[in-house]
Design a protein around this ligand. Structure first.
Ligand SMILES: Nc1nc2c(ncn2[C@@H]2O[C@H](COP(=O)(O)OP(=O)(O)OP(=O)(O)O)[C@@H](O)[C@H]2O)c(=O)[nH]1
Ligand SMILES: [Mg+2]
Length: 301
């Protein structure tokens, strides 16, 4: 064979917070890359998840949830990161919750109307929660009246329902092309970044309703030694009251976060990990453009 019909392209997943965008990427990749939680606004940075198969390479773009509350600098950053990913991609997945339509969904749809040039697949997620698929019909009808989608697919990202079908549809829509990334690369992000994300995920999950929205994690040290990787991470909060919440009674909460994050890091990096966590107060960082940049929230996406 001289000619191949290899296909490759970028696939952006957009939608309001908490509809399951990151869960879908992990499901498609067959391994955890993106952090997920029950809390909205879990994803804060654009992350690429690369899936290479015999005849295709699909580069999935995870994005923060688009939302209407764009007042704080942090929220403006999240919206910019999400909105910019609609440009220059080959396929867009517009993900919604199977039943609930909100103002935030409406805002995402408005952005699609004015900016999307690539074909858009409407992905109705969480169908495992529905007792009857017919319940989707009025929902679908309402959304499809407003936009012409290349395809409409109900799925469950968590349970894996219809995800293969979705991948087949995507492959039909991406153009012929060569490898964009080396075939063994699965993300554009560094181990350092992934380590910080894992700590943040464990905090999101351990803290529940007490979670300070403005909490971020920075890796101060990431050092490969003979037998292990030595990682030191700083958790930034905005007030001293939040610091004691994160540390927990007798340090129990922070200890649990450290333990869970370390176990996942050891799996992800295939190495023993020594993880140290620190909590520091940095007043007002989430509403200060300069501090955001210093903490890695920049627009070099
Ligand atoms: N029942 C059910 N829950 C799901 C499904 N997909 C995702 N979830 C859950 O929904 C919650 C949000 O999932 P995420 O993947 O973090 O959502 P997201 O859209 O990336 O959210 P942001 O990053 O905040 O924009 C998590 O608790 C997931 O486990 C699904 O198909 N069915
Ligand atoms: Mg996410």
């Amino acid at each position: 064979m001289t000619e191949t019909t290899f296909k490759s392209g970028y696939v952006a997943i957009i939608g309001r917070p908490n509809v399951g965008k990151s869960t879908l990427i992990n499901r498609v990749l067959g391994q955890k890359l993106c952090i997920t939680s029950r809390r909205p606004q879990t994803t804060r940075h654009r992350i690429l998840g690369i899936k290479t198969e015999e005849s295709s390479q699909l580069v999935y773009v995870d994005t923060p949830g688009l939302h209407t509350d764009g007042k704080r600098a942090m929220n403006r950053y999240l919206n910019r990161a999400a909105a910019s990913s609609i440009d220059d991609v080959d396929v867009i997945l517009f993900m919604v919750d199977g039943l609930n339509w909100t103002d935030d969904d409406e805002q995402v749809l408005e952005r699609l109307k004015s900016n999307a040039t690539a074909p858009v697949i409407l992905v109705l997620n969480m169908v495992d929660k529905l007792s009857d698929k017919a319940m989707l019909l009025p929902h679908v009808e309402k959304i499809t009246q407003e936009y012409t989608f290349a395809k409409v697919l109900p799925i469950s990202a968590r349970k894996g329902i219809n995800v293969d079908e979705l991948e087949t549809e995507i492959k039909q829509l991406v153009p012929e092309g060569e490898l964009i990334f080396p075939e063994d690369q699965f993300t554009d992000r560094s181990s350092r970044f992934l380590a910080a994300e894992l700590v943040r995920e464990k905090l999101f999950r351990q803290l529940g309703q007490e979670l300070p929205y403005s909490l971020t994690v920075e890796i101060e040290q990431y050092k490969q030694e003979d037998e292990l990787i030595r990682i030191s991470a700083v958790i930034y909060v905005e007030r001293s009251g939040q610091k004691s919440i994160v540390i927990g009674k007798k340090g129990e909460l922070l200890k649990a976060v450290g333990r869970e994050a370390r176990i996942e890091m050891e799996g992800m990096f295939d190495s023993k990990v020594f993880l140290e966590l620190w909590v520091k107060v940095r007043d007002g960082w989430s509403d200060n453009e300069r501090m955001l940049k210093n903490l890695g929230y920049n627009d070099e996406l």
